[in-house]
Design a protein around this ligand. Structure first.
Ligand SMILES: O=C(O)CCC(=O)C(=O)O
Ligand SMILES: [Fe+2]
Length: 203
C-alpha cells in the first residue's frame, strides 16, 4: 500500500499542473485503492476524538468530532511519506513555496444528520496544498464564491478520490494568495475524512 510507482507519480504531477492552470483552486481525481481506504479507516478507528467547538469565533458552525493532531503512525505515516516523496518531483518544484511537509494531520468524524461545517476558509498558515481524503459516508464537500455561500459547487470526494486544494504559496498563475471558501453539507450517512496540511508556523 502507498507504494511509489511511475503511475502514481504521473498522476500527481499531471493533476498538480492542471490545478495550477485552473481558476477554481480545487481538483479531485480517483487515486486510492480499496485496500488503502480500508487501511486508513482501520487507522482512524484506533483514534480518540473530541467534539469540535460548535461555533468558531468567526461564526462557522462545526458539527463533528475531531482527532487533532492525529498521530503519524502506521499506515498514516506511510501515506504521508508517499505524498511527501511524490510532491518532491523535479517537475513540481516550481509550484510550491518549499517542499511539502505534512505536519498537520486532522481526522474528522461527522455523525449521520450532522450540520457539517459552515462556509469558511482554511487558515492562511496552511501553505501550498491541502489534501482532503474522504474515507466513508455520504456528504457534500462544496466550494463557494463568498462567505454567504453563493455559487456553491459540489466537489466529488467519493471514497477513493483525492481532493487537492491550493493555499497561499501555490503558484497558481491566476491568483497567488487566494483562499477558497468551502464547507461540508448534507451529511446524510456520516462522514469520515482526513485533512493533510503544511502548517508554515511549524517550520
Ligand atoms: O471534512 C472535511 O473533509 C474537511 C472539512 C473542512 O473544510 C475543514 O475542516 O477545514
Ligand atoms: Fe476547511
Amino acid at each position: 500500500m502507498f507504494d511509489i510507482t511511475p503511475q502514481k507519480q504521473q498522476k500527481i504531477t499531471h493533476f498538480v499542473k492542471t490545478l495550477s492552470k485552473l481558476e477554481k483552486q480545487i481538483i479531485s481525481f480517483p487515486y486510492f485503492t480499496k485496500k488503502e481506504i480500508s487501511g486508513l479507516i482501520d487507522y482512524c478507528n484506533q483514534l480518540s476524538f473530541r467534539e469540535a467547538i460548535p461555533l468558531t469565533k468567526t461564526g462557522v458552525v462545526q458539527d463533528f468530532s475531531v482527532c487533532f493532531p492525529a498521530p503519524k503512525i502506521g499506515l498514516m505515516k506511510k501515506c504521508i511519506n508517499h505524498f511527501e516523496r511524490l510532491f518532491l518531483d523535479e517537475n513540481l518544484k516550481q509550484f510550491f513555496s518549499s517542499s511539502l511537509i505534512f505536519n498537520d494531520i486532522a481526522v474528522q468524524k461527522y455523525r449521520a444528520g450532522s450540520s457539517g461545517i459552515g462556509v469558511h476558509r482554511d487558515g492562511h498558515r496552511y501553505r501550498d496544498l491541502i489534501l482532503i481524503i474522504c474515507l466513508s459516508g455520504s456528504s457534500e464537500f462544496y466550494v463557494a464564491k463568498s462567505r454567504d455561500g453563493s455559487n456553491m459547487d459540489v466537489i466529488d470526494d467519493t471514497p477513493g478520490r483525492l481532493v487537492l486544494m491550493s493555499g497561499p504559496g501555490f503558484k497558481n498563475l491566476v491568483n497567488h494568495d487566494n483562499r477558497l471558501f468551502h464547507g461540508v453539507k448534507n451529511v446524510k450517512n456520516g462522514r469520515l475524512s482526513i485533512g493533510l496540511r503544511c502548517n508554515s508556523r511549524f517550520h
